[in-house]
Design a protein. Structure first.
Length: 265
C-alpha cells in the first residue's frame, strides 16, 4: 500500500564494503541517499552497481528507471549489473528506449569512463547459482507467486552470515530448504486478522499469492532462522504489534522484528 513512511520493496545486503540490492521499488534512490546520510557509505547511489529482482510486479520494479538513471547524475562510473528472471532483458530495453532522448542529451561530452555508468547489463538467470564474487555467493530459487511463471527468492552467503530474502510468495518447501537454519530470513507477510476482514476475492488472492502470519509461523518453525524480519507488509489495518503478536500466537517463539525503512539487522 502507498505509505509515505515506507518506500517500495527493496532490501540491501551489505558485506565486505559492497551493497547488493534485491528489488527496486518506488523511492529506492531517495532511501539510498538517506542511508548514506545515516552512516551506510556502501548504500550511496554511486555504489549501487549490483542488483537482483525477484519478479516484475510494479511495486518491486517501479524504481528501476531511477536506479538506472539517477546514480549517473551523481557520478556512477560502473555499469549497472542486474540479475533476475526471464523477461528482465526486455524490461531493461524498454526502459532505456523510453529514456533514449534523455540519455543521448546527458551523454554529450562525457569521457569513456563516465559513459561506463550509462550501461546496464541485464542477466537473465535460472534457479541455482545466480552470482558469485569474492564477497558473496547468491543462490536463486523458485517461489510460488500466483500466475507468475518465474518468481525468485534469493539466498546470500558471506563469510559470516547467511540471509534469505523471500520476494513475494505463498509458503513453500523451497523457502524452508533455502533457509535451513540461516541467520536471517527476510519474509513477506500479511496479518491473519486482515485476511479475515477482507472481501472474498481479496482473501482468495492473498491465499494464492502471499503468506499469512499463521503460515509464516509454521514455515519459520521448520526453517529455523536465527532472526525473522517481516517485510512487504500487505494491507493496512494491522499494526506492527499485531504482526508480532500473531507470529507468537500461531506458535513461533523465535526472534522476530518488523522491517522499517533504513533499519539494519
Amino acid at each position: 500500500m502507498p505509505d509515505p513512511s515506507r518506500s517500495g520493496p527493496s532490501v540491501a545486503v551489505v558485506s565486505g564494503g559492497r551493497a547488493y540490492l534485491v528489488d527496486f521499488g518506488p523511492g529506492v534512490i531517495r532511501r539510498s541517499v538517506e542511508a548514506l546520510d545515516v552512516g551506510w557509505p556502501e548504500l550511496g547511489p554511486r555504489k549501487l552497481v549490483t542488483s537482483f529482482v525477484t519478479h516484475f510486479h510494479s511495486d518491486h520494479t517501479a524504481g528501476y528507471a531511477d536506479l538506472i538513471l539517477t546514480p549517473i547524475s551523481v557520478g556512477r562510473r560502473q555499469p549497472l549489473e542486474v540479475y533476475g528472471p526471464p523477461g528482465l532483458a526486455q524490461m531493461t530495453e524498454h526502459i532505456l528506449a523510453a529514456y533514449e532522448m534523455d540519455l543521448a542529451e546527458r551523454s554529450v561530452g562525457k569521457t569513456a569512463e563516465q559513459l561506463s555508468g550509462y550501461r546496464v547489463n541485464a542477466h537473465e538467470i535460472q534457479p541455482g547459482l545466480a552470482y558469485k564474487d569474492s564477497v558473496v555467493r547468491v543462490q536463486a530459487f523458485q517461489v510460488d507467486h500466483g500466475r507468475w511463471e518465474h518468481a525468485y527468492g534469493y539466498r546470500f552467503d558471506a563469510a559470516d552470515r547467511s540471509i534469505v530474502i523471500s520476494g513475494d510468495t505463498r509458503p513453500t518447501d523451497a523457502m524452508v530448504e533455502a533457509c535451513s537454519g540461516c541467520d536471517v530470513l527476510v519474509h513477506e507477510v500479511y496479518c491473519e486478522a486482515d485476511r479475515k476482514r477482507a472481501p472474498p476475492r481479496l482473501r482468495n488472492y492473498l491465499k494464492t499469492n502471499h503468506t499469512s502470519t499463521r503460515e509464516l509461523a509454521g514455515l519459520a518453525r521448520r526453517a529455523k532462522p536465527k532472526l525473522v524480519v517481516l517485510y512487504h507488509l500487505l494491507l493496512a489495518a494491522c499494526t506492527e504489534d499485531d504482526l508480532l503478536r500473531e507470529m507468537k500466537q500461531y506458535g513461533y517463539a523465535g526472534k522476530v522484528v518488523v522491517g522499517e525503512d533504513l533499519t539494519a539487522h
